[in-house]
Design a protein around this ligand. Sequence first.
Ligand code: UDP
Length: 143
Amino acid sequence: MAVQRTISIIKPDAVAKNVIGAIYNRFETSGLKIVAAKMLHLSREQAEGFYAEHKERPFFKALVDFMTSGPIMVQVLEGENAVLKNREIMGATNPSEALAGTLRADYAVSIDENAVHGSDSEESAAREIAYFFTETEVCARTR
Ligand code: UDP
């Protein structure tokens, strides 16, 4: 399996819980490397653009309200099979369905406030990385 890059977002609920380090630990112990990271407080326009594919869904306004309610931590993760690996570390969208030991089982309170985001395909990952980072902001981890 090839080395991939994917976007991870620690959402406002999890930043407020002060578990950025605990979540980074899960990535690192799973063999994923953080190759870019920034804390941002999204504008409505940025949140609407990021979630544009959901704009006709009934939860869209609530999702934008939530994603702009406080700072988020955005990172690019790199590693073997990174897209699927991050989705496995995250667990199901609805925390009540998330497997024990996943981030959403441990830190999410509801399907609306579910702690983390992860790209769902290599195509989404490429779009989402470019949404938040310039090419020079993503670092090579060669050492
Ligand atoms: N979401 C929501 N209500 C729903 C479904 C989704 O608030 O009924 C939010 C939730 O924050 C989710 C995001 O919309 O993480 C994107 O939904 P998607 O189905 O893409 O789930 P994900 O890829 O985040 O697991």
